[in-house]
Structure formats: C-alpha cells, structure tokens
Write a protein that binds this ligand. Structure first.
Ligand code: NDP
Length: 453
C-alpha cells in the first residue's frame, strides 16, 4: 500500500469509528498528512501499526458532574479526561471549561498535546480534559462547588506520576486552587498533581506568563532566522485571556506594538498600542467584558462580534506585520488570511490551539508567509508546567529569571528542532511539517521500544 493510501485508510477508519468529531479529524489529518515524507523513508511505522495506534487514546474517561447552584437547584455537566499517549511520560495537558466542550474538542486538544509535549524535549505524555461547564456568570460558590465535584471523579484517574492536568480556556489559578484543595481533601496527599498552582502552595514563578511569553520567543526565533525581528513592528493579537495578555506584555518587551485584542463578544483596535495594565485589570482581575476598555481609552475602536464583516474575524482586518491568534480553534480562516496577507502581514504565530483553518494554513504556505504552528509556538505553557513538576518533585523553588531563561532556551530548541527537521525532509522552513515529524518521531519510536501496548 502506498504511504498516501495508508494515511487515508487510518483517517477514514478514524472518521468511521468516532462519528461527529470534526475538530479531532482536522487535527489528525494535519498531522498524518505531514508525516508522508517520514513514512516513505521509514516503513517501520507502518510495520508496527503506529498510525492506527496513535489516533486512539489509551483511555478516555467521561463522567457526570453534579453540583448545586446558589438557588439550591441541582445542575449537571459532563466531565472528560482523555489520556491519549503515555509513551514518553505521564499524561500532561490542560482542562477546558467552556460550553462548547465535547469529546471531539477534548480529543483534538489531547492529540495535539502528544506532539507538542514531545517537542519540548521533556518527559511528558499527552492528555486533555474539561467540561461543558460555563464559568461565566457563576458565583464564586458555584465555581468552587463545580470544581470540587469535578475533582471527586477526576482524582481517581490522576497522580503526580500518572496524569498531571493544568489550565486552559476557563480554567485559571482560581479553578486550579479549588480542584487542588479538593484533591488534597480526598486523598490526603499534598503533591504536584496539578500545575498552574498558586505561588504559596507549589506553583512556579513564570507559569502564568509562560504560554504568551513562549509564543513571542518562538516568533522572534522564526523572524531572526530570516534576518527580521519584532522590534518596532505592529502586531495583532486575538483573545484577552491568559495567553493573549502575556503575549501582549512580551511583545512590548521585544519593542513591538500590539494594537488589537478580542473576547467572545468583540474586538478592540487601539492604534496607540493596547494598554496592558488596563487590559489585565478588566479581563484577568475584573473578569469583565472587553468593551470596558473603551471607558479607559475612548479613542480605541470597539467592534462587537455581530458587526464583523460576514465570514471574517475583524481582528485580522487590521494591518499588521505579525498576527498572534490566541483565543480559540478555527478563529482565522481563508478570508482572514487573505486580509492579513493583503495588508502586508508576514507571520502568523499560533498562541491558541489550532486557531488557523486548514485552508488558511495552505494559503500561508503557498504565499511564503512565516508560520509558527501551535504545537511548537504555544508549547511554552506545558514546558513550564513541567518545570513546576520538577520543582515540586525536588522541593525547590526557582526564581522568575531562572524559569524564564529555561523557557527561552526551550522555545529556541523547539524552533531549532522544527527547522532542522523541515530541512531534513526537503521542505526547509515549513515548521508545521518539521514540528509534526519531530514530535511524532520521538513518540512513535518510544512506542516501538515499549512493545505491543
Ligand atoms: P482564557 O480562558 O484565559 O482566554 C480565552 C480567551 O479567548 C478569552 O478572551 C475568551 O473570551 C476568548 N474566547 C474563547 N472562546 C472563544 C470563542 N469561541 N470565540 C471568540 N473568543 C473566544 O484561555 P487561554 O488564554 O488559556 O487559552 C487561549 C488559547 O490558548 C486556547 O486555544 C488554549 O487551548 C490555548 N493554550 C493555552 C495554554 C495555557 O497555558 N493557558 C497553553 C497552550 C495553549 P471571553 O473572555 O469572552 O471568554
């Protein structure tokens, strides 16, 4: 069977055996198709059935989460933990609390996580979890009761050498705190079972900033390789959560000017540069809607989502040199990339997971734009989570400067590995191909070493 047919066969059987999981198919197709040159060179992956195995999670846990709201009414949500692949280490990956969460979303995120974690060079396997619980509009008490109930079941499946969840959309320090407290109450163990913990109880300095900072370090590596840099450049960022906020902060450190951000209700364009402190106060501390930004900066433009031109995300219509999609999946489509390209954008660097549609990625590659794929560009978060695990295991605490310097080194080595792998397989500079092959190869070889499991 030709390599193309082998890939197609695995893709088709994935679609047939797991109906209705479109985001998962999208992630699988992207990875498998870019493995073509590797599979041609190395028949062993076919011989050992690696593709068939790698697209099936080692385990997926689906559970009922029941909690009581402030009115005394019983509420029900669905909880998920997908333990995708432990060939190179304990499962590691975030928890997402968002009403759109379903098994397909968690599987796409878990699948991506396998290769991302591999790229970091650290001993961490891939997993992901979450719930269709919507933290928005809930009281502190409701959030705490939900997190506690969620942990009652999750605690049976995780552990510091087994599976170590972290945050993602809708899960930040507050939620990690409530879950950690419940884990400790249930098990009597104070251990590094979650990352993104508070600084007083086992958290690592620099973890909050890590994904955003790492994304900008990655972008700077991409640009430096081409003799360019971020200094003095206008940048567009989407999102206004953890990743977006610290991307914006680091862009300023690099001498760039981030002019946009967004949330699920609309976007801000501030030609003077986004006011980092105002943004952080409104979104991270105040948990308010982004429209509040116009109360502090009346000259900034706010466009609500319902006024975005049809079929586009208004963030990507603002002229910029580099775009940092940092909100959610499929938020940058073919129309958007055409707008960016027309306005002179040279780089798309993915802070979010799978933010660009396949059509947008094809356009970028065909038009020789620089592209920092998510599993490489946003790996700084999980890498620093692993640094938190190391500190917990050794009972040490490193300084912010130590953690940040390790993060910088890791992002450079992820870039170097992705770049040299792209060159090895005849498509120099195609970091999607390089990242997918490099991430896959280490996991697949480990699976072969460990036998038929
Ligand atoms: P947050 O919950 O902190 O922020 C998410 C942001 O995206 C918010 O501004 C939110 O708007 C916006 N958003 C969420 N869903 C949508 C949607 N459907 N349409 C438009 N806007 C949306 O999450 P993070 O910043 O942690 O995560 C952002 C992305 O980065 C995700 O793809 C995540 O998987 C990825 N990522 C996160 C890592 C981390 O360490 N946190 C690590 C690696 C990747 P609103 O405020 O209105 O809800």
């Amino acid at each position: 069977m030709s390599v193309k047919n082998y890939i197609d066969k695995v893709l088709q059987s994935t679609i047939q055996s797991t109906p209705g999981q479109n985001e998962f198919y999208q992630a699988v197709e992207e990875v498998l198709t870019s493995l073509e040159p590797l599979l041609k060179a190395e028949p062993k992956y076919d011989q050992y059935n690696i593709l068939e195995r790698i697209v099936i999670p080692e385990r997926q846990i689906l559970f009922r989460v029941v909690w009581m709201d402030d009115q005394g009414k019983i509420q029900t949500n669905i909880g998920y933990r997908v333990q995708f692949n432990s060939a190179i280490g304990p499962y590691k990956g975030g928890l997402r609390f968002h009403p759109t969460v379903n098994l397909g979303i968690i599987k796409f995120l878990g699948f991506e996580q396998i290769f991302k974690n591999s790229l970091t060079g650290l001993a961490i396997g891939g997993g992901k979890g979450g719930s269709n619980f919507d933290p928005k509009g809930k009281s502190e008490g409701e959030i705490m009761r939900f997190c506690q109930s969620f942990m009652v079941e999750l605690s049976k499946h995780i552990g510091e050498t087994r599976d170590v969840p972290a945050g993602d959309i809708g899960v930040g320090g507050r939620e990690i705190g409530y879950m950690f407290g419940e884990y400790k109450r249930l098990t009597g163990r104070f251990e590094g079972v979650l990352t993104g913990k508070g600084l007083n109880w086992g958290g690592s300095l620099g973890r909050t900033e890590a994904t955003g900072f790492g994304s900008v370090y990655f972008a700077e590596n991409v640009l430096n390789k081409q003799g360019e840099s971020l200094k003095g450049k206008i940048c567009s960022v989407s999102g206004s959560g953890n990743v977006a906020i610290y991307t914006i902060q680091k862009l300023y450190d690099m001498g760039a000017i981030p002019v946009t951000c967004s949330d699920s209700k609309g976007m801000i364009y501030d030609r003077n540069g986004i006011d980092f402190n105002a943004l952080r106060t409104i979104k991270e501390i105040g948990r308010k809607d982004l429209v509040e930004y116009t109360k502090v900066h009346a000259d900034a433009t706010y466009i609500p989502v319902h006024q975005y031109p049809a079929g586009t995300n208004a963030v990507w219509s603002i002229p910029c040199f580099a775009a940092f999609p940092s909100a959610t999946q499929n938020e940058l489509n073919l129309n958007d990339i055409k707008n960016l390209h027309k306005n002179g954008c040279r780089l798309v660097n993915e802070g979010a997971n799978m933010p660009s549609t396949p059509e947008a990625i094809s356009f970028m590659l065909a038009n020789k734009m620089f592209y920092g794929p998510a599993k490489a560009a946003n790996a700084g978060g999980v890498a620093t989570s692993q640094l938190e695990m190391s500190q917990n295991a050794s009972m040490l605490k490193w300084s912010f400067a130590d953690v940040d310097s390790k993060l910088r080194t890791i992002m450079k080595s992820i870039f170097d590995l992705s770049y040299t792998t792209s060159k090895e397989f005849g498509d120099e500079g195609n970091l999607m191909l390089g990242a997918n092959i490099a991430g896959f190869r280490k996991v697949a070889d480990s699976m072969i070493d460990q036998g038929a499991v």
